[in-house]
Design a protein around this ligand. Structure first.
Ligand SMILES: NC(=O)c1ccc[n+]([C@@H]2O[C@H](COP(=O)([O-])OP(=O)(O)OC[C@H]3O[C@@H](n4cnc5c(N)ncnc54)[C@H](OP(=O)(O)O)[C@@H]3O)[C@@H](O)[C@H]2O)c1
Length: 273
């Protein structure tokens, strides 16, 4: 099994690091990128094969991962169309906002898995939504899951529109948690703490709460109830948040992000070449 990465940036590097840690061999992986310094660091730091020619990378590949910026996707697809036509490798896109149906238009007859990872994938603790076109076999689904699973958790979506919601929830999601940390820090400072102390409290609390939610079999709602004693401090704070409409604000925020994801997919999917 050989895998070619088109684009050797942050996401490709993280995926390659994850794959090597899980036992893939360096000779199974080839990366194409136009930047010589990128190629040199991938070759010396990770030991994988590198080339500045996308066509060379995909020629013998069983799996091709398209890891270029969304606005570069059509150009990258166009450049490898002939080279992959005979072999028909599994194509995995990690590009935000590029629909599988658009990639299929650019690369007819190629099975496609569209994935939507998030930024924590670069730390190996990502969350990736996956969607496969109808011609992707169970074996190839498992391969895609293994590749994205090298940088965190994965889950399959049956409908491609749901990728827009994944974008709004887990791909944009880290920013919501950063905002929460920021606001908690600010609130602690307003009560008299220094920013450094308050930030430390907020970050470690977010980390601990995330770890608890990750490990628990209970739902987050049950966990919240467990840490909220009647008439206590937490209850006093949550009552204010509820009264001020935090749930409605979140619903509206995620709805806005979902709509924006669909709009961006319309824009990115329009033919540029
Ligand atoms: N980073 C994240 O947190 C994240 C999260 C979710 C999804 N993604 C998706 O992952 C994809 C890659 O993101 P990234 O953060 O890894 O971007 P990146 O660091 O900019 O990497 C992209 C690399 O591809 C190269 N490239 C551009 N056009 C190419 C072409 N035609 N053929 C081969 N290589 C080409 C770029 O070179 P130049 O710099 O010369 O253009 C760059 O080195 C994006 O589509 C993004 O939506 C990223």
């Amino acid at each position: 099994m050989t895998i070619a990465f088109i684009g050797g940036g942050n996401m490709a590097r993280s995926l390659i690091g994850g794959l090597l840690a899980r036992g893939w061999r360096t000779e199974q992986i080839v990366v194409a990128d136009p930047i010589p310094a990128t190629l040199e660091s991938l070759r010396t730091e990770l030991g994988v094969r590198v080339t500045d020619q996308n066509v060379t990378a995909v020629r013998d590949a069983d799996i091709v991962v398209l890891a270029v910026k969304p606005q570069e996707m059509q150009r990258a697809a166009d450049g490898i169309r002939n080279a992959i036509a005979a072999r028909r490798p599994l194509l995995i896109s990690v590009a935000a906002g590029i629909r599988a149906s658009d990639i299929q238009r650019w690369l007819p007859g190629v099975p496609i898995v569209r994935s939507m990872p998030n930024r924590p994938a670069l730390q190996g603790c990502g969350m990736t939504g996956l969607y496969a076109t109808a011609d992707v076999s169970a074996e190839r689904r498992a391969q895609a899951e293994q590749i994205l699973g090298a940088v965190g958790a994965t889950l399959w979506l049956e409908r491609e529109q749901h990728i827009d919601i994944v974008t709004a929830v887990s791909a944009s999601g880290p920013a919501y948690f950063f905002l929460l940390i920021e606001m908690l820090e600010h609130a602690g400072v307003a009560q008299g703490l220094t920013p450094e102390v308050s930030r430390k409290l907020a970050i470690e609390t977010a980390y601990g709460a995330g770890a608890m939610a990750h490990a628990a079999s209970e739902t987050p709602a049950v966990l919240r109830e467990q840490v909220t004693s009647k008439g206590g401090t937490t209850a006093a704070a949550l009552q204010v948040l509820e009264e001020r409409g935090i749930r409605d604000a979140f619903d509206a925020a995620v709805a806005a992000a979902t709509r924006r994801a669909a709009q961006l997919a319309d824009e990115f999917g329009a033919d540029r070449l």
